[in-house]
Design a protein around this ligand. Sequence first.
Ligand code: B4P
Length: 189
Amino acid sequence: MRIVLLGAPGSGKGTQAALMVERLGLLHISTGVLLRDAVDRGTELGLKARSIIDRGELVPDDIMSDLIQERLSRDDVAGGFILDGYPRNLAQATLLDTVLDRLGQPADIAIQIDVDPEQLISRLAGRAEQEGRTDDSEEVVRNRMRVYQEQTKPVIDYYAGRGLLTHVLGDGTVEEVLERILSVLNANH
Ligand code: B4P
């Protein structure tokens, strides 16, 4: 199964993907994790991405294109995957389709996790306290929300137009959200 997870910052994409890996045995590909890893290792990519992430902007498409194509070219992708954090704009969405078609591995479903904006802010404030992620400060979170509204939201319609979109309510406990996602996947396969 090849799943694209969509949702605003703090909607629970990374949280749910980790649980879905346990339950479904799929590979988790998170562009946020790949970028933070590059930043921690001080690679050329990490050096370019760091200040962009810390401002809450999107890393440029050409950089993300190389990153995602390299990751999707590996053999472990053949068993199915959960894509988390990519695509984040329409250019990324069309590129992803091209790459997956070329691999003969098109996306089966896109799941949009819907959460009330007030809750998103409070979740990310909680994570800022617990994990100290540099892009979870109040000002940067506000910018990430703006970028999401302007650039990432159109991706929802893109997948709706392709007949692949399902909405899942992201309110409630992590386990409740997981059960909703699993029942959507059961119903679709
Ligand atoms: P991401 O790592 O994708 O950051 P995110 O949107 O905040 O999602 P994340 O998965 O981490 O958080 P989650 O909602 O699970 O991206 C970070 C940055 O990298 C971007 O701003 C951008 O600069 C760059 N980037 C990444 N991909 C890119 C791309 N394709 N193109 C360009 N740039 C890119 O969890 C948030 C918090 O909520 C957690 O603390 C969690 O514990 C909590 N939570 C989750 N579910 C909950 C629930 N049900 N109830 C209560 N709390 C919950």
